[in-house]
Design a protein around this ligand. Sequence first.
Ligand code: AMP
Length: 190
Amino acid sequence: MNIILLGPPGAGKGTQAQLLTERHGIAHLSTGDMLRSAVASGGDLGQRAKKIMDDGQLMPDELMIKMISERIEQSDCAKGFILDGFPRTVPQAEALDTLLEGKGLPLDAVIEIKVDEEELVSRIETRINESEQARSDDTVDTLRRRLEVYHEQTAPILPYYRDKGILKTIDGMKPIDEVTEQIEGILKAA
Ligand code: AMP
């Protein structure tokens, strides 16, 4: 089972991906986590990524496509994967289609987690206050920039998948377990 979780920053993609990974034994592929571990290891890529991430901007498409293409080849993806944070632009979505087609892999569901923007700001504020969960891009200013980038560059992915008839939208304002149940309902029907 191969799934994409879409939604603005703070919508709960990471939380849901984690839960689904445990339930279904599929891999959680978070490009943000991959970049954060590159930052932690301190190489050239990490230095470049830190600046872009702290600025709330996006890393170059080519680099991200290569990262996902290599990651999908790893053995823990054999039973399937949940993409969290990728694709983030239409060129990334197009490249992913080509990639999956080339590897003979299906895309079973694209799920948009919809959340009010005011709620996102308050979630990020909570994350900032709970210091062990805070990230260096967790500031209200960065969030606002990330939301702008989401609307400009990522939201156009929604009609891309809607036109293909595989986009499902769920209510991300509900409690975590109810959001999970909405996702499970979609996966059962997929
Ligand atoms: P996330 O953890 O998914 O919110 O990602 C954190 C940051 O990593 C983003 O704000 C971007 O700067 C960068 N990033 C993660 N995934 C991608 C992607 N698919 N394309 C470009 N930049 C990305």
